[in-house]
Design a protein around this ligand. Structure first.
Ligand code: ZN
Length: 189
């Protein structure tokens, strides 16, 4: 089972790495967002995930019931230019106001007047958490890279006449490795 699970996990990890790198490049010109809006009697709650200027930002917002949230109830996907929009300016000011900002990781608890819709602005409370794309891409690349490295180590051992699994010198030995029992790929003449 482990023999199948690891390559599948490494493949998925590599796919995630490629997607994040693509979002990273794309986020310089385009901001993508996925929102889940849940309007309620007492307080509307909005959960948003942004791909914005080289980072993934998670935002949790709660505000007094607002008519515009009724229009966006449920899941919504948005894409818009990374510059000159209300959301971009909001994310930018949140990043500047972040209580914690280190190596592209940042956290900002925010309270503001939400005037994003038509009608009377409502008081909102929010927190935002940003993770840099490079950190996610690096983490996602670790498993595929370690598997590739292991593969090259095995190839080097086999070509040097050693056991692929443990590196035991198999020159002059045929059949299984006496050290670890691995079926030998190398037979000396
Ligand atoms: Zn061996």
């Amino acid at each position: 089972m482990r023999h199948i699970a690891r390559p599948i996990l490494a493949g998925l990890s590599l796919l995630l790495c490629v997607i994040i790198c693509w979002l990273w490049i794309r986020s310089m010109s385009t901001t993508d967002a996925i929102d889940r809006t849940r309007p309620a009697e007492s307080r509307d709650s909005i959960l948003s995930l942004y791909s914005w200027r080289g980072s993934i930002v998670l935002e949790r917002r709660a505000e007094a019931p607002a008519s515009w949230n009724r229009k966006y109830a449920g899941w919504e996907r948005r894409s818009f230019p990374s510059a000159h929009t209300w959301t971009s300016e909001y994310l930018h000011s949140a990043r500047i106001a972040a209580g914690f900002d280190l190596l592209g990781f940042w956290f900002c608890p925010a309270g503001f007047m939400d005037a994003s819709g038509l009608g009377t602005p409502v008081r909102a409370s929010a927190w935002l958490f940003g993770i840099p794309d490079w950190a996610i891409a690096l983490l996602a690349a670790l498993l595929p890279l370690s598997m590739m490295r292991a593969h090259f180590v095995q190839l080097r051992r086999i070509s040097a006449g050693r056991c692929a699994r443990c590196g035991y010198d198999l020159r002059g030995i045929s059949g299984r490795c006496p050290e670890c029992g691995q079926e030998s790929c190398f037979h000396s003449a």
